[in-house]
Design a protein around this ligand. Structure first.
Ligand code: SF4
Length: 238
């Protein structure tokens, strides 16, 4: 029994099925796109199959899914499964902008009604502060939820989980930020213009460049290769 060659096919199938749950990503801007490099978003959506992820990358994506499943199992073991839904899709009422919320709680653990978003991040080492892309993603999710639910308590957390270290950290206390959401919404509309070839999809460098499939011919790539630090393994589109 050759498990490795079997895995290479099976892990690809697993990632394809997880990707399919998000729908046709070329047709909308998602919450993980709004803070990302415009060139990368453009190329991912225009040519999604041009550069398939390698086995190692797909395994890292899978670790993100494992982290989400573990958190769900923990919630359910604690008997709070009636308080939340997973992978909740929230759409903008006017534009093709969407978010898929990892966990959406409808009440606190004591039953107090409120909406609380939990965005799960699988990491190698808990960072001191949440990454800006994480905050952009959560802010976009909260903004879309505020449009859908104009009233009531609404907040969010980023739950960073390091499976190797057995460590979990909650970055808590996020609220709807109207000005930042408006900025992100405008950025999302700019990305739509890029996809419609009405605007140029400019590259913007970050530590994520070392993880980028479109790095080899990127005009902005003068950076030395850097190690990918704590990462957004559940969110990198493939
Ligand atoms: S290498 Fe960096 S700047 Fe270039 S497309 Fe990728 S993410 Fe953008």
């Amino acid at each position: 029994m050759n498990l490795i060659s079997f895995f290479e096919t099976a892990v690809s199938a697993l990632n394809n099925s997880k990707s399919a749950e998000l729908g046709d990503r070329s047709k909308y801007i998602g919450s993980s796109d709004v803070g990302a490099c415009a060139r990368k978003v453009y190329l991912q959506k225009r040519h999604p199959d041009a550069i398939p992820p390698d086995f190692c990358t797909m395994m890292k994506f899978s670790r993100g899914h494992v982290a989400e499943t573990l958190i769900e199992n923990i919630f359910d073991a604690a008997g709070v499964e009636h308080l939340y839904d997973t992978q909740v899709e929230v759409k903008h009422p006017e534009y093709p902008l969407k978010a898929h919320v990892d966990f959406l709680f409808y009440a606190d653990f004591d039953g107090t009604p409120q909406l609380h978003v939990i965005e799960v991040k699988s990491v190698n080492g808990i960072p001191d502060e949440p990454y800006p892309q994480w905050i952009d993603q959560l802010t976009f999710q909260l903004g879309l939820l505020r449009i859908k639910y104009p009233k009531g308590k609404l907040g969010g957390s980023i739950l960073a989980i390091d499976l190797n270290a057995g460590a979990v950290h909650q970055f808590n206390g996020f609220r709807h930020n109207k000005s930042l959401f408006n900025y992100l919404q405008n950025r999302a509309l700019h990305l739509l213009d890029c996809l419609a070839d009405k605007a140029e999809a400019e590259p913007s460098t970050s530590h994520l460049c070392s993880y980028c499939s479109y790095r080899s011919d990127c005009p902005a790539m003068t950076l030395p290769k850097v190690e990918l630090p704590v990462e957004i393994e559940t969110d990198v589109p493939f």
